[in-house]
Design a protein around this ligand. Structure first.
Ligand code: TXA
Ligand code: MG
Length: 366
């Protein structure tokens, strides 16, 4: 067991003067593993050049070794050290979206990073997080920082330092606490091939946002369940896959079903009936809904993802809601689907993963 250090960042002292940044940065430089906040979710960071340190990330998370890590940078000078020259489109996307929740898969320079980071691939996923604490920590450490989400493999990504502690206390060297993360779901991961952008994982940076910046390229969504279909449809060319896709995503301890349909009232009636029947069987029932519909349900655990009209809120609240069902001992959970426009696509992508793609469609198909 490790003695996991805890630092709290405060807002009234310059970051570079705070113990949390100085000590945690030194810890990363010395080969340690430190969890820190980004704008998406908390990451578990280590020096991306240090194989032993990177192996500690995999060990702490229980992560399969063939799932590569995202490398986090604080400035573009750091990037040139470990990627090969890249195309104009990537450069434009970086200028527009960095710092921010967009991970770009780029060709990696030989021997510039630990091969454990890339899982032996010829590419590396990189991003510059839009979070001052993360940027200060990377700068102070002096290294590019490899960081997957700071959860045990198979658990929801952490949106608070307390979530990291639940999963990784005693397994990592430290946790930098700076409150709740703003985006709530992991970064959009893209890979550019010729004139195509493949979205390997949807996130806060939506397809429409990408298209606005690089109007001349086509954009495929090859994420998640669409992956097999997308691979087939790219005549002769095999679509890039994110190695992470083949692993089971977070599934709560209780059974989770997503209810989809055209009429919100019909969905709610179906859900409420399902909850009553489940309760009669002796289940501890849970419902995942939106603020506008919360009064429609009676369940042991009723959780709202905020307004159905503001899906940024759903993204921010989703993972803590899923963790809460487990804490409260829910055995049977019904969830409303949300529209897949904008960030709703990322929300549904994560929710589908959590439900093991168990969807009940009622009424007319859309
Ligand atoms: O928002 C985020 O991206 C967070 C924060 C901490 O930055 N990080 C994160 O890392 O979500 P992780 O390890 O949980 O997810 C990384 C995803 C995986 O699905 C992985 O397969 C994919 O990115 N990935 C990493 N490198 C890749 C590469 N070279 N090619 C394709 N996919 C890659
Ligand atoms: Mg993860």
């Amino acid at each position: 067991m490790k003695n996991t250090k805890w630092w709290t960042i405060t807002d009234n002292i310059p970051l570079e003067q705070q113990q949390g940044i100085i000590e945690a940065g030194a810890m990363i430089a010395a080969g340690g593993t430190v969890a820190f906040p980004t704008e998406t979710v908390y990451g578990l960071g280590a020096n991306a050049r240090d194989t032993l340190a990177v192996e500690c990330i995999f060990a702490a998370k229980g992560r399969p070794p063939d799932n590569p890590l995202i490398v986090h940078i604080a400035d573009l000078a750091q990037l040139e050290e470990f990627v090969l020259p890249y195309d104009d489109t990537s450069a434009r996307l970086m200028r527009h979206f960095w710092p921010g929740p967009l991970t770009i898969v780029l060709p990696v320079r030989a021997n510039a990073l630990s091969s454990r980071v890339t899982a032996g691939l010829a590419t590396v996923g990189v991003r510059m997080p839009a979070h001052h604490t993360a940027l200060a920590l990377i700068r102070v450490s002096g290294y590019p920082v490899a960081a997957p989400s700071a959860n045990r493999s198979g658990r929801p990504s952490p949106t608070r330092a307390e979530h990291v502690r639940e999963d990784l206390n005693g397994l990592i060297d430290g946790i930098v606490d700076h409150g709740v993360t703003s985006v709530g779901v992991e970064s959009t991961v893209i890979q550019l091939l010729g004139n195509h952008i493949h979205v390997l994982r949807p996130g806060r940076v939506t397809r429409a946002m990408l298209q606005e910046v690089v109007s001349e390229v086509t954009i495929d969504l090859t994420a998640e369940s669409d992956n097999d279909i997308a691979t087939e449809s790219l005549q002769g060319r095999s679509a890039p896959r994110s190695p992470g896709i083949k692993y089971t995503h977070y599934a709560p301890q209780g059974q989770l079903y997503i209810i989809q349909g055209t009429s919100s009232e019909q969905i709610s009636l179906y859900i409420q009936r399902g909850l009553i029947t489940a309760k009669q069987r002796g289940e501890t029932t849970g419902v995942l809904t939106f603020a506008e519909h919360i009064d429609r349900y009676r369940a042991d655990i009723v959780q709202s993802l905020g307004s159905i009209f503001i899906l940024e809120e759903a993204a921010q609240l989703l993972y803590s809601a899923l963790r809460h069902f487990d804490e409260a001992g829910a055995t049977y959970i019904l969830a409303e689907a949300c529209p897949t426009e904008g960030i709703g696509l990322a929300v549904m992508n994560r929710l589908m993963g959590a439900a093991g793609h168990r969807v009940i469609r009622i009424g007319t198909l859309r």
